[in-house]
Structures are given as structure tokens and as C-alpha cells.
Design a protein around this ligand. Structure first.
Ligand SMILES: *[C@@H]1O[C@H](CO)[C@@H](O)[C@H](O)[C@H]1NC(C)=O
Ligand SMILES: *[C@@H]1O[C@H](CO)[C@@H](O)[C@H](O)[C@H]1NC(C)=O
Ligand SMILES: *[C@@H]1O[C@H](CO)[C@@H](O)[C@H](O)[C@H]1NC(C)=O
Ligand SMILES: *[C@@H]1O[C@H](CO)[C@@H](O)[C@H](O)[C@H]1NC(C)=O
Length: 470
């Protein structure tokens, strides 16, 4: 593969032309049996000619549907704009079954905000071995493309893989005030870009790569179905604001596993419209932990169900596993399981907060997103502020909350905590059952016991079906 790749371009083109010429002379039946990769090239060639763009050369596919971005004019010097080369290589790979975009090792490719769009022939792969870097200057991002850096949309069966890195170079975005003073620029961008975003994607895989220093969220799935994330590394500083690791929005059937996430916000954030999500073998921290929500902001409807978070290690974070909803929202959060979670120096390991508020005070409201069927099993380790804080709505209690085998000790010993209250589990308007061992023992009488649970679950299920249609 390597030797073919390094053939002079001219010789390659010549080869392709000869093969293409040969094909045009053989019968239609014969063509069906012929080398698969040639066919789409031929089709694409004739499709493109009438658009008036300069006579397109046949694709410089180096080897069996592999499209190296260097062959499409990428410089890989970290300075030249290689956006067009990436988009062209993507289009070429997209046109063939099993097409692969290759971003070679040992080079740095500067890429501006781009969209890699489908639909493609099935099984497209983006093989990232080198580094893609985003523009460093905020001014070089067009105002119209601040939503994300790399946008992959309308695709199915796409895999992003390799030992390479996506570097969002977000530090100017994190320190906008300083940056503006330094550059004497008063322009305030209306939003900050996510690094890698999938939109309306089906059956996509992201594996092995690193995504670092995003201006905002690192990896986001919107309106997608069938997502696998495996063996990736996400990294940005603890004090980089709003740099979520992985963000799921309106996305179903997700598995996130065997990955390391260190960032300035939630390691994984699950938003409305997400269901059947399995997160396991994740190392999280620093950051804000694994979060469901905030849901129900501005009286919106939220629907989240069927989430399993297990075999997770969390250290040095704001929360461990957390559900947060705004007052005034509507909808249902149900059937969530958090088990086998090891926490180290986590401020509050178990959190349900139905009074979530990003200001100093939010108005009290009667409506709330309902929360039920939440299991915590085997959550063990150390906290720095409080072991458990379950603060449910005054009007809509949390139902069927199970706390089983929870053992949480203050990091610096009891004396490390400021008040006696901090050593205790806090629960407000939440019903469910507990099962030992429980440390501190206050967890044992934290939840209220109730026989209206079954009745309530049915009610919740009915309202889920009504408000949150599947
Ligand atoms: C995604 O994969 C699942 C399971 O393999 C399959 O049932 C489904 O049809 C696929 N969806 C698309 C849009 O390809
Ligand atoms: C995980 O990704 C790295 C590259 O980042 C690779 O070297 C390693 O083999 C991968 N591990 C597994 C189990 O796939
Ligand atoms: C709860 O969620 C899990 C994981 O998605 C699922 O397997 C299970 O069937 C769900 N249980 C109910 C009662 O819906
Ligand atoms: C909202 O309700 C809480 C709990 O009942 C109470 O402590 C708080 O003072 C109320 N806040 C406002 C702004 O009314």
C-alpha cells in the first residue's frame, strides 16, 4: 500500500486513464464483473462535466478506494488551508462502496469549518493518522459557520478511526476577554464551535482517535440513531468553559465505551430525545461528571429513557452521576441505571437536582420534568462536599429511586468537611428503597417509602407515551 501511495501522480493518472479507456470498450455485462472502484469514477466524471467546473481529473484513488488527502492537494504543513482537499477526498470516498479518506501520519493539516455530507455509498471510512488543526484566530472563522468545526451529516455506516488527533485549538475561545484585549478586537462571536458533530447520522462509529482542546463540546451527536464510540481520548483543561466531552441530543441506540474523557464540563451529557444509551468502561475527570440534562429549560419538553451507565471511574469532578432539570419544564426521565461506579475526590457523587439554575436565583415554578425508575448500585469511593444530594420538585416527587450498596467517604477524612451537614446524604421529596451496605448511614433514611409507587409508575408511563411519543 505504501509503495503505491508514493507513485508519482502523473503515472497514476495515466494508469487510471488507460483503465477507464479499457472499460469503455468492454461490454456492459463485463463491466459488472470488473474492478468495482472504477465504476463510480466513471459515473461521477460524466455527471460533473456539465456543471462547468474545470475539466475534473479522475480521482486520484491511490489503492482500492483509498483517497489520501495529499493526493487531493493537501499540504499538511499546518499553515496552508487544506479544507478543500479534505472535502474533495471525502466526496471521492463517498462515491464508492467502502471508500476511505486517508489523513496520513506525521503531518498537520489546517482545516477550516467544513461539512462532510452524505448520503454516501455504504461503509465510508475516515482514517485519521495525522493531526487536523482548527484555525487558531477567532476572526478566521466565518460568522456563518460557528456551529461546529467538522460537520458530518446525512450519512449512514460511516466510521471515523485511527490513532490521529483532531485539535480544536480552543484556547482563544476559552479566554475571549483576554483574546479581545490582546487583538484589540471588539467582535463577540454569537456562539462557539463544537469540534466534531454528527447530524442525522445512522450507524456511525468513532474509534481510537483523540479529540483535544475544542472551543466548546468535543464530540456531538444530533438527531442520530445507532452510534458507537470506542477507545477514544478527549482532553481539554479543567478550566476550559463549556467543553463537554460527548454530547447526545435526540439520539438513540448509543454505546460509548473504553474511553478517556478529561475536560472542563460534562464528560458525557445526555439531552432530550435520547434513549437506549449504554455507557461503560469510561474514565472521566477532571470535568463535571456524567450528566443527564439540564432538561426542561424555558418550559420545554424533555424525554430521556433507558440509560445504563456502568463500570465507570470518575475522579476530581464537580459531580459523579447527575440528573439536572429546570423548574417549569415538562416531560419524563425514566429507567436509568448507574452501577459499578468508582469515584475519587468527587464533590458530590450522586446528584438529582430539579432546581437547576444557571443564575443566582431562578423563579419557583410548579411544573417539572418527572423523574422515576432511577437505580444506583455499587457506587463507591470518596467525595469532597457531600455524598448524596437528591433534590426533587416540590410538586412532582422523584419515584422509584433505588440506592443500593453506596459507600462514600470524605476525601480528607471527616475533619476535611466544613459542617456536620455535609457528611449527610440529602434527599428532598424523593421516594424509593435502599439496600445496604450504605455509608454514610444517613443514606439509609434518605428516601421516603411509599406504596403509591406502582400507581405512580403507571401514571408516569402513560404521560411518557403522551408527551414523549416514540
Ligand atoms: C443500523 O443498523 C441496524 C442494526 O445493524 C439496522 O437494523 C438498521 O437498519 C441500520 N440503519 C440504517 C439507517 O442503516
Ligand atoms: C486504541 O486506540 C489506539 C490508537 O489511539 C490504538 O493504538 C489501540 O490499538 C486501540 N486499542 C484497541 C483495543 O483497539
Ligand atoms: C430499561 O432500559 C434498559 C436499557 O436500555 C432496557 O434494556 C430495559 O428494557 C428498560 N426497562 C424498561 C422497563 O423499559
Ligand atoms: C423556592 O422554593 C424553595 C423550596 O421550597 C424555597 O426554599 C425558596 O425560598 C423558594 N424560592 C423563591 C425565589 O421563592
Amino acid at each position: 500500500m505504501k509503495t503505491v501511495k508514493s507513485l508519482p501522480l502523473l503515472a497514476m493518472l495515466l494508469g487510471v486513464i488507460i483503465v477507464a479507456a479499457a472499460i469503455s470498450t468492454i461490454s456492459v455485462e463485463g463491466r459488472k464483473h470488473h474492478v468495482k472502484k472504477i465504476k463510480p469514477k466513471h459515473r461521477r466524471h460524466s455527471k460533473n462535466t456539465p456543471t462547468g467546473s474545470p475539466a475534473p481529473a479522475p480521482y486520484p484513488s491511490t489503492h482500492e478506494g483509498v483517497f489520501n488527502i495529499i493526493s487531493f492537494g493537501a499540504k499538511g504543513d499546518g499553515v496552508s488551508d487544506d479544507s478543500k482537499a479534505l472535502v474533495r477526498a471525502w466526496k471521492a470516498a463517498c462515491e464508492v462502496v467502502g471508500g476511505k479518506v486517508e489523513i496520513p501520519a506525521g503531518k498537520q493539516f489546517l482545516v477550516k469549518a467544513v461539512t462532510l455530507q452524505g448520503p454516501c455509498k455504504e461503509e465510508t471510512v475516515v482514517q485519521i493518522e495525522g493531526t487536523l488543526v482548527a484555525p487558531e484566530k477567532i476572526g478566521s472563522w466565518p460568522k456563518s459557520s460557528l456551529f461546529q468545526w467538522l460537520n458530518i451529516k446525512w450519512v449512514s455506516h460511516v466510521t471515523i478511526q485511527g490513532s490521529g488527533t483532531l485539535n480544536g485549538r480552543g484556547s482563544n475561545w476559552w479566554n475571549l476577554d483576554t483574546y479581545q484585549i490582546q487583538t484589540r478586537n471588539k467582535y463577540i462571536p454569537p456562539m462557539k464551535p463544537t469540534a466534531l458533530r454528527f447530524y442525522a447520522a445512522h450507524n456511525v462509529t468513532v474509534r481510537d482517535i483523540s479529540i483535544v482542546n475544542s472551543p466548546l463540546c468535543h464530540l456531538k451527536f444530533d438527531d442520530s440513531d445507532g452510534v458507537k464510540v470506542n477507545n477514544i481520548t478527549i482532553s481539554s483543561p479543567e478550566n476550559s468553559p463549556n467543553t463537554d466531552g460527548i454530547h447526545l441530543q435526540n439520539t438513540r441506540n448509543v454505546e460509548i465505551q473504553h474511553s478517556n474523557i478529561a475536560c472542563g464540563d460534562d464528560c458525557v451529557s445526555i439531552q432530550t430525545g435520547s434513549s437506549n444509551v449504554h455507557i461503560h468502561h469510561i474514565n472521566c475527570g477532571p470535568g463535571h461528571g456524567i450528566s443527564i440534562g439540564g432538561l426542561g429549560k424555558d418550559k420545554s419538553v424533555a424525554c430521556v429513557s433507558d440509560i445504563i451507565v456502568e463500570d465507570i471511574s470518575i475522579q476530581n469532578t464537580l459531580a459523579g452521576v447527575r440528573i439536572k432539570t429546570w423548574q417549569g419544564g415538562l416531560g419524563v426521565v425514566k429507567n436509568l441505571t448507574f452501577s459499578n461506579i468508582q469515584v475519587t475526590d468527587v464533590k458530590v457523587p450522586i446528584v438529582i437536582d430539579q432546581y437547576y439554575c444557571d443564575k443566582s436565583k431562578c423563579k419557583n415554578q410548579t411544573r417539572a420534568v418527572s423523574i422515576s425508575g432511577i437505580k444506583y448500585n455499587n457506587i463507591v469511593g470518596s467525595f469532597t462536599v457531600q455524598p448524596v444530594r437528591i433534590a426533587c420538585s416540590n410538586n412532582v416527587p422523584c419515584m422509584d429511586v433505588d440506592l443500593m450498596d453506596i459507600r462514600l467517604r470524605p476525601s480528607g477524612g471527616i475533619r476535611g468537611l466544613q459542617t456536620h451537614q455535609q457528611q449527610q446524604a440529602l434527599c428532598w421529596n424523593s421516594y424509593g428503597k435502599t439496600q445496604g451496605p450504605l455509608v454514610p448511614s444517613s443514606i439509609g433514611y434518605c428516601l421516603r417509602k411509599s406504596n403509591i409507587g406502582g400507581y405512580y409508575s403507571q401514571k408516569v408511563s402513560r404521560s411518557y407515551d403522551k408527551i414523549c411519543p416514540s
